[in-house]
Structure formats: C-alpha cells, structure tokens
Design a protein around this ligand. Structure first.
Ligand SMILES: Cc1cc2nc3c(=O)[nH]c(=O)nc-3n(C[C@H](O)[C@H](O)[C@H](O)COP(=O)(O)OP(=O)(O)OC[C@H]3O[C@@H](n4cnc5c(N)ncnc54)[C@H](O)[C@@H]3O)c2cc1C
Length: 495
C-alpha cells in the first residue's frame, strides 16, 4: 500500500492529524467543504469587528503540548490561563456569582449560600479527581478494536466508580451540595458537552475537576482563531495542500477498499488511505451509505444541543461585564429538561455571552466592543422552523440589555446571526447539532462510532463524533488515537 492520505475536512481534528501523519512520512492532502479552514474553530470578520465563530475557551492544554511534540513543531499560538473562569447571573437578582479557579476565592463567593462550601467542594473534587485518574488512560485516551476490548477496559476501572454510570450530573451535585445556586452553577459543565445535567451521566462531573483544579480554562492570545492560523502556517511550511470549497459527496470502491472520494463537481480524489474529519456518523450514512447510519437511525441517536449564535458589535464600552458570562433564568430544572425538545418558549432564553474584545482588544474598533452570544436551542429534528429567528434574537438582546443595564439596540452597529440550519449547512453538522453526537452511555468510548470504518479497510475517522468526544482537546486526542491506529495498520514510514 502507498502512503498518500486524503483528509476530508480541515477542522481541528483534520489539521492536527495532517501534521502528525506528515511527521510519520505520509503524503497528506486535505479537501474542505467550507471556504476557510478550522471547521467550528472558525472566524467571522464584519464591519471592522472580528469574532471567533464557536469555541471561546478550553481545558487540557497539555494535549496541545503533546500534539506539537508529536508533530515535531513549536506551539504556533499562546495560551492564556483564565483566573475568573466565568460569571453566572440568575434572573431576578442583581447578584452575580464569580467562578474563580482559586478555591479560596471561590469559597468566599459562596460562603453565604452554601454552608461549609469549601469542605464540600474539596470532597466533590477529590472524588472527581479519583475518577479522572482511573479513566484517563484506561478508558478515555485509547483505541478500541471491538466491544470486548471496551468491556475489558471498563472492567479495569475500580468498581467504586460504578454508581456514576447510572447517576446523572445533577444527582452527583445533589449528593454533594444543598443550595440551588451551587448545584445549578457547577452542573453547567453538562452544557459544555452539549446536553443537560439531567441526562448526562455523572462520569462527566470530572469536567469540574479539570476546570477547577487540574488545568483550568484557557483561551488564546489574539483570539481562538490563532489556533487555526498557527496550524495552517505549519501546513504551509510542509507543503501540505488544502483544497477549499470542495465537498465530498460520494465514493468509489473496489475489493473492500475506497479507491477515491468524489466531490460535488464529480472530481475524483484518489489516495491509499482516507481520513474523514467530517462528522463520523453523518459521513457513514450520507456519503458511504452504511445501513447502520440511515437518516432514520441517525435521528434516533442522541445529538448535542444546537447553537443559535449572535455576533454583535456595539459602539460603546461595557467595562463592568467580564469575559465569559452565563445568563440563567429562575426555572433551571424545568427549562433544562424541556429546552432541547422544543417544549419551552424562547421568551426568556438562557444564554452565554463572551465579551470578545475584553480579551482581544483588536477585535473591535477603538471605544467599541464585540460580543458573542450562544443560546443553546433544539436541533432541527425538534425545531425545523426558524421563521421566528428575529423574534428570539430580539428577546435575547432585550433580556441582555436589561441585565447589563445598557440599551444594546441603540448601540448596535453590527449584527450577524447563525441558526442551527446555518451551522448545519456550513460544516455538515447533523440537524445543526453543534457539538456532534451526544455522550450518553450508549455513545461513550467503545460504544461511540469507531475511528475506523466497519466496511472499508482504508477509511478512518477523526473529530468530535468519534472517540473520545467533543471539544477542542478531545479533537486533538482524537487525532492522536487515529494516527496511532493508521500507523499500526499501515506502518510507520519514518518518525
Ligand atoms: C457554538 C459552538 C461553541 C463551542 N464552544 C466550545 C468551547 O468553548 N470549547 C471547546 O473546547 N469546544 C467548543 N465547541 C466544540 C468544538 O468547536 C468542536 O468540538 C471541535 O471544533 C470539533 O472539531 P472537529 O475537527 O471534530 O470538527 P469540525 O470543526 O466540524 O471540522 C470538520 C470539517 O469538515 C468539513 N466537512 C464536513 N463534511 C465535509 C465533506 N463532505 N467534504 C469536505 N469537507 C467536509 C467541515 O466543513 C469542517 O470544516 C463549540 C462548538 C460550537 C458549535
């Protein structure tokens, strides 16, 4: 077998896999549907403002350090650790909660709402840490060849962690804390995974450990898109070509192998190995036409939240609003349980606001601010009609104006809105689901779509909907795992 790899998709998974493979001597070429690289880690520039399109912060920076070492390059961007991780605002009260990474400051913040907060938090974090270290290498960061392999890995996890499999993140919070505020705030990690604390297994409360103790949260100097730009400059140095506006829609096969991928213009792209960074479930169904991934079967899978995103430029400074902020209502349980089934009204939505220019002043003209708003909404299976888009956007802007005490509409000089449909169309995200396949037990680790194809021996997958899961560090781990697999199956050309 030859050594040419065609990567479909220039998201973080595809870009990092390209550099790891090139280091091992593979000849790599990338085709990308969109007009720019980065996938969801993209950028919008408009009216003098610059916005990161999706991700705003991340944890587990050491996965990027591992990646650059493995790819034999220097880190092409600079992390910035956040001390204030985020703030949380509840409707109907002026008080905001500041979530510090420093546990002493955090304890001070909650001392009046949760007696013995520090003691309880220490206990909670200790148990999350124990679980984190027991699963990190045994379950999370590894390849699975088959179901037995997975069951064996699970059997190595100490049995004391078993109840986390059937408890939810919310149950875990209830076990450790009493106050509504603390339970709601520290269960927000489930939303980072694209679900709610009521339907996310308690195993994912390890995210509280990663955010508060282990590595914290970071963003990137000059904006998150610097990650994509940095990787692109490395690809350029190594002459790895990317062909934009090229969507793979079909394939040609022979003797149990794919011989070429076919783009929307009918052009055939030949290679020896095909690595797919497009959604691993969507691509199996839509392009490779696997019977286990028909529309009907995709619809029955658990998908993560869909994003309604706003990119706002305002001609006024708002110095008193920190970088990352969650604006919650006063009906957390009812809202969370119903929002993704489209059983709530969006009169008073819950949303997240990032003051982009707080961290990167060059993203807005002098004296102005750029704001990114993310409102988690149902995917297109549950809400296909977005004719009420403007009304929902207006509800968000009015609510935010009231809560920030500023008439945003009066100061708005730039506005871009992306609905789940826009996100879906831009990057082939199934029904507009923002973070890909969900993380229910049936879709975790060895039960997630594998990083190798069931039918074609020379097709592999990287990215959010294969192992290990969603989020930037996971995409980087995903590229490590798939490159290990490719190297194992096709040989290490040179290191
Ligand atoms: C609104 C939003 C906010 C987020 N916030 C955060 C955050 O704060 N922190 C965090 O860690 N994560 C966050 N995430 C998640 C994170 O962005 C993703 O997990 C990660 O970027 C996924 O990378 P990927 O490589 O798997 O896929 P993608 O970024 O989706 O890349 C896949 C690429 O494949 C291309 N493609 C698809 N199909 C084809 C085809 N048929 N032919 C050619 N090309 C194709 C797509 O255009 C895309 O460029 C957020 C996501 C969203 C949507």
């Amino acid at each position: 077998m030859g050594n040419k790899v065609l990567i479909t998709g220039a998201g973080l998974g595809g870009l990092t896999a390209a550099l790891r493979l090139a280091k091992r001597g593979y000849r790599v070429e990338i085709v990308e549907k969109h007009s720019t690289a980065g996938g969801r880690l993209n950028q919008i520039k408009k009216d003098g403002f610059t916005f990161d399109m999706g991700p705003t912060f991340f944890s587990m920076t050491y996965e990027f350090d591992e990646f650059v070492k493995d790819a034999g390059i220097q880190l092409p961007f600079t992390f910035r650790e956040l001390d204030v991780l985020y703030t949380v605002h509840f409707r109907g009260t002026e008080r905001k909660y500041i979530i510090y990474k420093d546990l002493d400051k955090l304890a001070e913040e909650f001392k009046d709402v949760e007696p013995d907060f520090r003691k309880k938090m220490d206990r909670f974090l200790k148990s999350s840490a124990g679980f984190f270290y027991d699963v990190e290498y045994k379950v999370l960061k590894r390849n699975y060849d088959n179901i037995w392999d997975y069951l064996l890995a699970m059997a190595r996890v100490p049995p004391r962690h078993a109840p986390r499999l059937w408890r939810s993140v919310w149950n875990e919070m209830e076990k450790h804390f009493q106050s509504r505020e603390v339970k709601e705030i520290f269960s927000l990690v489930a939303f980072f995974l694209g679900a709610t604390p009521f339907d996310t297994p308690a195993i994912y409360s390890i995210l509280s450990y990663t955010e508060l103790v282990h590595d914290g949260y970071h963003n990137v100097e000059g904006g998150m898109y610097k990650i994509t730009e940095g990787l692109l400059s490395e690809l350029k140095k190594q002459d790895i070509p990317i062909h934009y506006n090229t969507e793979i829609v079909d394939s040609r096969q022979n003797n149990g192998k794919i011989t070429s991928m076919v783009d929307h213009n009918g052009k055939e792209w030949q290679a020896d190995i095909f690595l797919v960074n497009s959604d691993a479930a969507w691509f199996r169904g839509k392009v490779l036409k696997h019977a286990a991934y028909t529309d009907e079967k995709l619809d029955k899978m658990q998908w993560t939240l869909a994003p309604l995103t706003l990119y706002l430029g305002i001609n006024k400074k708002i110095d008193d609003v920190p970088l990352h902020n969650y604006f919650l209502g006063d009906n957390f349980e009812e809202y969370s349980k119903n929002v993704f089934k489209n059983s709530v009204t969006f009169e008073k939505p819950y949303y997240y606001v990032n003051v982009v220019s707080r961290s990167d002043p060059s993203s807005a003209p002098e004296g102005m601010e750029s704001l990114f708003v993310l409102c988690p909404v149902p995917d297109l299976r549950f809400k296909s009609d977005w004719s009420d888009r403007d009304e929902i956007v207006s509800n968000i802007i009015n609510d935010l104006s009231e809560r920030m005490n500023i008439d945003l509409k009066k100061h708005l000089v730039s506005q871009t809105v992306l609905t789940p449909e826009d996100w879906g169309n831009a990057f082939n995200l199934y029904k507009g689901s923002g973070l890909g396949l969900g993380h229910s037990l049936k879709q975790t680790a060895g039960l997630r779509p594998k990083n190798f194809d069931e039918k074609y021996k020379n097709v592999y997958y990287v990215g959010a909907s294969t192992i290990p899961g969603t989020g930037l560090p996971m995409a980087v781990i995903s590229s490590k795992l798939v490159v290990e697999r490719i190297t194992k199956n096709h040989g290490l050309l040179h290191a």
